[in-house]
Ligand binder design. Structure first.
Ligand code: PGA
Length: 249
């Protein structure tokens, strides 16, 4: 819980550029944005026109992924320096949809983290368990492995540069089934404990840990009231200005 939660919108593969500009114009026209730190993560094709719209606003730009290579013959990929050059400040890394549909392994995610840090982008590193993991009491074991596998190799960067963690239980993403505030808090506290094992306490304790998975204006307050929930990574509800902004009120 922090006085100003961090609310990040992950638009995924939704909206044309024109539709997204309509959304962003509604966001920046709303005066009730002073109670949160706002990040929006449009598709690659939308980054430059959206940044043009939000550059003098309270909204910061993030990308949904990043190449694990720095440049070269990687057709269809987008590099850290490209993201930086259009004004991105953040990048989502390790989203479960990327892990699953694009076979992004822990090693690739470590390389993506390195690319982000090298180019001055702040990673939002996602972890989360499946329903089966949870049913088999494997939640903390899965989260621990995801954290250790990808973060330990970039420890020197973590000690000097900002980063965020997002806990996104896979069974809660896009399902309307949100984790209870108590269950989410339990995992966030566990992540905090692991960060404290890996990093000096002043870094571990100030690293924001966002919750993601079916966050809506109806459930966000109880989640954000939890001690170790510092913000939200929002999918579906970020596609509408009113519901997105209501989450950070
Ligand atoms: P959701 O998506 O809010 O639509 O569940 C969250 C996410 O995948 O980041």
């Amino acid at each position: 819980m922090r006085q100003h939660p961090i609310i990040a919108g992950n638009w995924k593969m939704n909206m044309t550029v024109g539709e997204s500009i309509t959304l962003v114009d509604a966001l920046i026209a709303n005066p009730n944005t002073q109670h949160a730190t706002w990040i929006i993560c449009p598709p690659y094709t939308h980054l430059a026109p959206i940044q043009d719209r939000i550059k003098h606003s309270v909204f910061s730009l993030g990308a949904q992924s990043i190449s694990h290579h720095s440049n070269g013959a990687f057709t269809g990929d987008v590099s850290g320096s490209m993201l930086k050059s259009v004004g991105c400040r953040y990048v989502i890394i390790g989203h479960s949809e990327r892990r699953e549909y694009h076979n992004e392994t822990p090693k690739i995610l470590t390389q993506q983290l390195t690319q982000a840090f090298t180019h001055g982008l702040t990673p939002i590193f996602c972890v989360g368990e499946t329903k089966k993991d949870r049913d088999n009491n494997l939640t903390t074991a899965v989260i621990e492995a995801q954290l250790i596998d990808s973060l330990v190799p970039v420890k020197p960067h973590l000690e000097t540069l900002p980063f965020l963690i997002a806990y996104e239980p896979i069974w809660a993403i896009g399902t309307g089934v949100v984790a209870s505030p108590e269950d989410a808090q339990q995992v966030h506290a566990y992540i905090r404990k692991k960060l404290n094992k890996l990093l000096p306490p002043e870094i571990a304790n100030r690293t924001p840990i966002l919750y993601g998975g079916s966050v809506s204006p109806e459930n966000s307050r109880n989640l954000l009231d939890q001690q170790d929930i510092d913000g939200a990574l929002v999918g579906g509800a970020s596609l509408n200005a009113d519901t997105f902004l209501a989450i950070g009120k």
